[in-house]
Design a protein around this ligand. Structure first.
Ligand SMILES: C[S@@+](CC[C@H](N)C(=O)[O-])C[C@H]1O[C@@H](n2cnc3c(N)ncnc32)[C@H](O)[C@@H]1O
Length: 475
């Protein structure tokens, strides 16, 4: 670690690493051997979490990719869970940690990047909370141990120790300082905060605060098997408490692993947010229809479409690897489907019709187009940090291209449902408006439009947009 040591407030004692920098230059400190960590040490999980955060925040990987990259098969289930939880918290708190790092070190950023994320993870964990994950002294000691165990962090151990202790010495002061910056208030990038507030002057604050909350776990009960209430009653017999929050939607009081959900492996129930569950029924599917799920992976809505009617379904996605998850989903629910249904999958870009369309038109098309994901930040806190301010404009262009191509595959009187999990207007109302202006044969039908998260975080849906169009038959 090079550069200036963190600044202590006047009269509050000198940061520890300043003491080490007083050594004569001619007598370098002997290199201490690296600390060896055990899997059971919190420091072990903290270090892996900081590495995953670095992959997201400095190398543009999604959190899922970063965790896969940094967690090998050798780690236990407990460590994997702890690392995921710590990295998720670290990224949720990154907006404020980044501001605090600047204030405490008086530098815009730290090098190497892992040093910055390690310190940021610590500051995020120490930020005042009603339910702190660990005692503050444990966080500091274990992060210092994590630094002592990692070659690229050893030199920054003193800085991490000094900054965290400095923060703990007068937390209210540093929090007050940080909160002068809106990025710290919402713990989201400044441009993201501005965009949400500009586009949603009334609901903006609610949307921003929802992004920081833990998402509820909502299930979709397979309508071939029974009703949402029947499943809630069944869960009660197994001492799992839940309630009905939508036609087939069940909210679990406590999130749990799908392995303990009765009927999950048998396809009787799937995990899907209540807003996402609105999509498939909007297509009013009938047995025998030919249906396209144009951007299908990972297949949450694919399964729902198949549960609703005996259709001939083609699932398309540009990502071949993500289509594996669609196949898994369909395989899981297939035993619950009786009757004459058909399913095919193809890896292709929806707009490249020549690569996948045989010219036979569809009765219904689900266009769950790629978007910024600005409506699902509470489930994927990495999203705002992976996006750039012009992403929604760029994605909106792709969305237009995909929609135009899909429209030509629809039968006269067929229905196309546009879905995005975004709260940005260019991926919602503005996209739908431009579509109807461009296609004279498109009749916009009733659909929920923008679904905003509500004040009650426990039951609030994700942010989504739905627009439904019927293709007018030529007269
Ligand atoms: C919002 S996700 C779809 C979610 C999915 N419908 C579900 O309910 O599980 C968007 C998907 O579009 C895919 N995609 C991106 N560009 C595409 C394109 N040009 N054509 C088809 N699929 C595309 C992505 O790989 C991603 O899986």
């Amino acid at each position: 670690m090079s550069g200036r040591p963190p600044q202590g407030r006047p009269g509050r004692g000198r940061p520890e690493n300043q003491r080490t920098s007083d050594r004569p230059r001619s007598a370098p400190a002997p290199t201490a051997p690296l600390l060896r960590l055990q899997e059971t040490d919190l420091a072990y999980s903290l270090l892996l979490a900081a590495k995953a955060m670095t992959a997201v925040l400095h190398h543009g990987r999604s959190l899922d990719q970063a965790l896969t990259q940094n967690l090998g098969n050798e780690q236990s289930f407990a460590v994997r869970g702890a690392v995921r939880d710590l990295a998720t918290t670290g990224i949720r708190q990154w907006g404020r940690a980044q501001v605090l790092i600047q204030i405490l070190t008086q530098k815009p950023g730290l090098n190497p990047p892992l040093l910055e994320t390690t310190l940021g993870l610590g500051l995020g964990l120490l930020w005042p909370s009603d339910a702190p994950k660990y005692p503050s002294h444990t966080v500091v000691n274990q992060l210092v141990n994590a630094c002592a165990a990692e070659p690229t962090l050893v030199a920054g151990k003193g800085l991490v120790n000094a900054c965290l202790r400095n923060f703990l010495r007068d937390t209210p002061h540093w929090v007050d300082q940080a909160l002068k910056n809106p990025q710290a208030r919402w713990s989201l990038p400044a441009w993201w905060v501005r965009k949400v507030m500009d586009q949603h002057p009334i609901q903006g604050e609610a949307l921003l605060s929802q992004a920081a909350q833990h998402p509820p776990m909502v299930l979709r009960v397979n309508s071939r098997i029974g009703s949402a209430q029947q499943y809630v009653d069944y869960l009660a017999e197994k001492d799992l408490s839940a309630r009905v929050i939508g036609p087939q939607a069940v909210l679990l009081d406590q999130p749990c692993s799908v392995d303990v959900l009765p009927g999950f492996a048998q396809g009787e129930v799937s995990v899907q947010d209540s807003a996402a569950q609105l999509a498939a029924p909007l297509l009013d599917l009938q047995d025998g229809q030919r249906v396209l799920d144009a951007c299908a992976a990972p297949g949450g809505k694919t399964g729902h479409l198949l549960e609703l009617a005996n259709i001939d379904l083609l699932a398309l996605d540009s990502s071949e690897s993500r289509l594996n998850r669609v196949a898994d989903n369909v395989e899981r629910i297939a035993p619950t489907l009786d009757g004459d249904w058909r399913f095919n999958m193809k890896a292709a870009k929806a707009e490249a019709l020549e690569d996948w369309w045989d010219g036979t038109p569809f009765d219904a098309v689900l266009a769950d187009v790629p978007c910024t994901g600005s409506g699902v930040v509470r489930r994927h806190p990495d999203i705002p940090w992976l996006r750039r301010p012009d992403d929604s404009a760029n994605l909106s262009r792709i969305q237009h291209t995909i929609l135009d191509a899909l429209w030509s595959t629809l039968k006269p009187n067929g229905t196309l449902l546009l879905v995005t999990c975004s709260i940005f207007r260019e991926e919602g109302p503005l996209l739908a408006k431009a579509f109807t202006e461009k296609h004279a044969d498109a009749v916009q039908l009733d659909a929920p439009g923008v679904v905003h998260p509500t004040a009650d975080a426990a039951v609030s849906p994700d942010g989504f947009f739905f627009a439904k169009f019927r293709k007018r038959a030529q007269s």
